[in-house]
Design a protein around this ligand. Structure first.
Ligand SMILES: [Zn+2]
Length: 212
């Protein structure tokens, strides 16, 4: 527990701490003879130096560095030696635990609100949830300058003018009269024809009901 607190103070999250410990166990297993020669204090220093390296470069790059270090070093590599072996930062950096201050969802707080809807699209509830912008590359934030201020002022003036403008009046225009002849001609049935159609219509209704 003691070591967990120290790792936490260094700045590793609980997930990172468990991965870090696995990694350190593997590293020690590779160079057990050397590890056992170290005093407990030196062992602790070694682990804490590695934890700082993990914080700086991330667990994945630390792992790659360790692997490279133990291929050419038959002793337990120090954090400084492993740092030399850490691969360069990949193009898409995965920032650790830092939220984007320009994030439209959380503004860097790390929390965002989501509204859940029930199945009838009725607004159900609004709850705070963790924002995942720390796993994405951050948006570049442009500092507002005089050009931006001028643009905003112009836009505000334009909108003011638009809202002040009265809706234009148009003279009353009667609707065009509907065409006198209907498109579908109305067929007038005689009473006799209607009587003849009744059984046919019933049959059709029954047939449809059976199908449906
Ligand atoms: Zn966010």
């Amino acid at each position: 527990m003691q070591i967990d607190n120290q790792l936490c103070e260094i700045g590793l999250s609980s997930t990172e701490i468990s991965r870090f410990k696995e990694l350190m166990n593997a590293a020690v297993a590779h160079r057990r003879a050397h590890w056992e020669k170290l005093s407990p204090a030196d062992q602790e220093y070694w682990a804490l130096d590695m934890a700082e390296l993990a914080r700086d470069v991330g667990i994945d790059r630390l792992y790659a560095g360790l692997r490279k270090a133990w291929t050419w070093n038959k002793f337990l590599a120090s954090a400084a030696e492993v740092r030399e072996c850490v691969p360069p930062v990949p193009d898409v950096v995965k920032p650790r635990a830092t939220h984007d201050t320009a994030c439209p969802d959380c503004s860097g707080s790390g929390w965002k609100f989501v509204t859940r809807y029930s199945e009838f699209y009725r607004r159900d509830e609004r709850r705070a949830t963790r924002c995942d912008c720390n796993t994405r590359p951050h948006r570049p934030r442009k500092a507002a300058d005089a050009a931006d201020a001028a643009y905003i002022a112009a836009k505000v003036a334009e909108l003011d003018a638009a809202f002040r403008m009265r809706p234009q009046r148009r003279p009353y225009q009667p609707k065009a009269a509907s065409s006198p002849s209907p498109v579908i001609p109305i067929v007038a049935f005689t009473a006799e024809q209607i009587q003849r159609r009744i059984p046919m219509e019933r049959e059709e209704i029954l047939r449809c009901e059976k199908q449906g």
